[in-house]
Design a protein. Structure first.
Length: 401
């Protein structure tokens, strides 16, 4: 049975929800699912904006065929070629052999790379070009590296709808809802939207900033992303989040404590620090065991918080592997402009303190490490307790500055 929703007079959501996929991009857990959004415009000409993942192609085809109701599909606008959006192109070509594919030169090149039989179907555009479909005229804005180099966004100048590709997307399946005002966004969606942005597009902040600058020159009324909710009001809320995330400014003042502990002793130091901070009035404290928390959640939190404490045991004379993975991921995703605290532990040769400090100071842009670095020998004791208190004082002072 088809499952579609109307966005406005002649634009429809024809996407599909996916609760079967456990790992997005085969790496990020998605316990609440994800949607692959595709949009169909029924104008004088019929236009499909992007397709969906191959795993949900059957439902997608049913949606499109229901709305076309026997009409041919005239155009496909391909904003983003990544297979979670482009995998059904071949199937569309076989069902609608006269369809023209409107996309950038780079996207066209990539469609050939993926083996899509697009010969004779291509309509290659440049930024600023327009296409008219009857009542609706659209223009195209290049969005390289948001999230792949071929990406573009499409703006319908007739009614202010922006087809934003991966920008402004989110994890979480829609499950009947479609618009931002149909959910409690702050309660149920923002954390997964942040985790989606930071892990998928987080590395490309400067490119997102460039796109935001271009977007500020057009009168956007509705945002239709490739994953998650359609935004039809309160756009400033989400644009502001994107501005913060893409400029690597902390979203909130607060302390994230990420600890790597083998037998609970480093964990105890993290708990004592958290308790000290709370006693001194810090209200925004989150504690994570890096061994039991997928790194995508840690990254999301690192983008949210102004202060990050890394507490790690030493392992093979290095940083505990799971903590090291978190550090490497922070570097890969360009985490910067943060203030760190360091706690190292080692029973006979503590190295993690010095190694983590060096990593933060040399590998994460514009980030500082507060004094003192706390070095433990096996466990926190009365001798070392003042060091934790001193680190807590430094964190409080820095947050209040
Ligand atoms: Fe959902 Fe970059 O694709």
């Amino acid at each position: 049975m088809y499952c579609v929703r109307n966005i406005n007079e002649d634009l429809y959501w024809v996407g599909v929800n996916d609760h079967r996929l456990t790992l997005f991009e085969n790496i990020h857990p998605i316990p609440k699912g994800v949607s692959y959004n595709s949009y169909l415009l029924l104008d004088k000409k019929t236009v499909l904006f992007d397709t969906v993942d191959w795993s949900v192609c059957r439902q997608f085809m049913e949606n499109v065929e229901h709305l076309l109701d026997g009409r041919p599909l005239d155009y496909m606008v391909i904003n983003h070629v990544e297979p979670d959006h482009g995998a059904c192109i071949t199937e569309m070509l076989s069902r609608y052999p006269q369809v023209k594919i409107i996309s950038t030169e780079k996207a066209t090149e990539m469609m050939y790379q993926f083996g899509y039989p697009i010969d004779g179907h291509t309509d290659v555009l440049k930024e600023g070009d327009t296409r008219s479909f009857g009542k609706h005229t659209v223009t195209f804005v290049a969005a390289p590296m948001v999230h792949w180099p071929e990406a573009m966004v499409t703006f319908d100048v007739t009614n202010g709808v922006l087809f934003s590709a991966d920008a402004f997307g989110s994890f979480i399946a829609l499950d009947g809802k479609l618009f931002n005002d149909e959910v409690n966004y702050d309660r149920d969606w923002i954390d997964e939207a942040r985790r989606y942005y930071t892990n998928i597009v987080g590395k490309y902040g400067p490119h997102v900033q460039r796109l935001l600058k271009k977007a500020s020159t057009i009168d956007i009324k509705t945002i239709c992303p490739l994953h998650g909710l359609v935004w039809r009001n309160n756009l400033g809320y989400f644009l502001d989040k994107y501005d913060k995330w893409s400029s690597y400014e902390p979203e909130e003042k607060g302390v994230m404590i990420a600890y790597a502990s083998m037998y609970g002793n480093t964990e105890n130091a993290a708990q004592v620090l958290a308790t000290s901070l709370a006693k001194k009035g810090v209200t925004n404290i989150e504690l994570f065991d890096v061994s039991n928390t997928h790194v995508s959640y840690l990254i999301s939190e690192a983008f949210r918080m102004s202060h990050i404490v890394l507490a790690s045991v030493t392992y093979n004379l290095g940083i505990y592997p799971v903590m090291k993975n978190f550090l490497m991921d922070m570097k890969a995703l360009n985490v910067q402009n943060r203030t760190f605290g360091i706690i190292g532990n080692g029973t006979w040769a503590c190295k993690s303190d010095e190694l983590m400090r060096n990593f933060v100071e040399n590998e994460l842009k514009n980030s500082t490490v507060l004094d003192p670095t706390v070095t433990l020998t096996s466990t926190l004791n009365d001798l070392k307790a003042p060091d934790i208190e001193a680190l807590s004082d430094s964190l409080v002072q820095s947050i209040q500055a």
